[in-house]
Design a protein around this ligand. Structure first.
Ligand code: ZN
Length: 443
């Protein structure tokens, strides 16, 4: 076997734009599928992901208790439409799966416009867009359409058909596990339950898929677990089934909305100062791009479940535009134009950089803490300014020596010195090689 490649080496070698093009290709392939929290759309999506990475697929029967919830009935849909009296489809599921209220029960009926209207949903603020609506836990039916389309519907007798089924079946989710040197895990979770929506849902899936593919080619300190789950009920079901082994999760990220033009946003874990929070903030601070850090709040995606008080896992949220904060959110305008490969590439690079920090963050002890050691004699007298992280930086050496008292990890030294993590890491590795530092194994 070839010498094990490290994540930092991979970061220098990979063609991030080629990966972003592949991510965009996968998004395009999965876009037309009508997904939901259960059913064949979810399974077909996993098949698309399996073309790139190995998955373990779990099927959990309807009715299974999961914490305070119950796995719902399985929903499948074949067709849906509203036809006017001339037999023309005026609302047509075949044109966009967003036209159906997700989880609609079957219906087959003729009715007047007044009878139909309470079942129609539109967005007057954006009259050309179709909203995305669901009704998972209340059995009903409905159609979503653009406001212009709604306004144009004349009085008529409408034939309404939703050819769906809602019956006992199962909830599907998948895991991709990559074994590292340690059994300590980094959890990456994304929801895969939204139908034709690109940023919210598909961008996260694609990023996770290609991240898993990349990580499988390197030797990592941590093991990595990627979850492809339906939102809320999926993370609740996964937590319920894995309660005994959650101690292995040392860091985690929930990802979605990673392909739009907005700035990268990191949402802190409930703990607020977990290593993942510090790593993500460090990477963004040194990224040279605009970014936003937001505090934890019990709203958003599956971080709500991972960070519920009974678990309180160190899981943050990684996104660009935040849920609900971009106008295209949960509408037909969250499409293949909103998401672009260059933003996917930027998100991928930042994600990889966060893992690289976690992989390399360590705590050292200065073995020569009384006075500065004589560096020149040891070949550790480096350059002082503007050096790349692969060159020895004098200030980095001095900071590492000074703060390696067993209490500061490399991230803390990077934070306090204001120097990039890589420069600090490189200095620490050289100092350890030179016998001046010893790693402190804690926890
Ligand atoms: Zn959503």
């Amino acid at each position: 076997m070839a010498a094990a490649l490290r994540l930092s080496d991979l970061r220098e070698q990979i063609d991030i734009h080629a990966i972003a093009d592949s991510m965009y290709g996968l998004i395009g392939e999965l876009y037309p599928i009508c997904r939901s929290i259960t059913g064949d759309g979810f399974r077909t999506t996993l098949k698309g992901i399996q073309a790139h990475i190995p998955l373990t697929i779990h099927e959990v029967p309807s009715g299974t208790p999961a914490l305070d919830w119950t796995v719902p009935k399985e929903w499948n849909i074949r067709d849906a439409y509203v036809k006017n009296s001339k037999g023309e489809r005026v609302i047509d599921f075949r044109q966009s799966n967003l036209h159906v209220l997700n989880y609609s029960v079957p219906v087959q009926q003729t009715m007047t416009l007044a009878e139909l209207k309470p079942h129609l949903f539109s967005l007057p603020e954006y009259p050309d867009w179709i909203p995305y609506r669901t009704s998972y836990y209340k059995e009903t039916w409905g159609f979503c359409l653009s406001h212009n389309q709604l306004m144009a519907l004349p009085e008529d007798d409408y034939q309404v058909c939703i050819d769906s089924s809602l019956e006992a079946g199962s909830l599907t989710y998948a895991e991709c596990f990559i074994q590292g040197q340690s059994d300590d895990e980094i959890l990456i979770s994304c929801h895969a339950c939204h139908p034709s929506l690109c940023n919210d849902n598909l961008s996260g899936l694609a990023l996770a898929t290609f991240m898993a593919k990349a990580l499988a080619t390197v030797s990592t300190r941590y093991s990595y677990r990627f979850l492809f789950i339906p939102g809320t009920i999926g993370s609740i079901t996964w937590l319920a089934r894995n309660e005994g082994s959650l101690g292995r999760i040392k860091h985690g990220l929930v990802i979605t909305c990673v392909g739009d033009p907005g700035n990268t946003t990191y949402k802190r874990s409930r703990r607020g100062e977990a290593e993942i929070d510090r790593a993500a903030e460090n990477v963004l601070k040194n990224s040279g791009t605009e970014y936003e850090i937001v505090d934890f709040s019990p709203y958003g995606y599956d971080e709500r479940q991972y960070c519920s008080p009974g678990f309180n896992l160190p899981v943050g949220g990684f996104m660009r535009s935040q849920y609900g904060r971009f106008p295209q959110y949960h509408t037909s305008a969250d499409n293949l134009e909103l998401v672009q490969p260059r933003y996917l590439a930027d998100s991928f690079a930042k994600f990889l950089a966060i893992f690289d920090v976690l992989e390399n963050n360590r705590t050292y002890l200065n073995l020569n803490p009384k006075g500065e050691p004589q560096l020149g004699r040891r070949g550790l007298y480096g350059s002082s300014g503007g050096a790349s992280h692969r060159e020895l930086n004098q200030m980095a050496i001095l900071w590492v020596l000074n703060l390696s008292d067993g209490d500061h990890d490399l991230l803390a030294i990077s934070e306090r010195s204001g120097m990039p993590f890589e420069a600090i890491q490189y200095a620490a590795e050289r100092l350890a090689d030179g016998g001046l530092l010893k790693e402190v194994i804690s926890r």
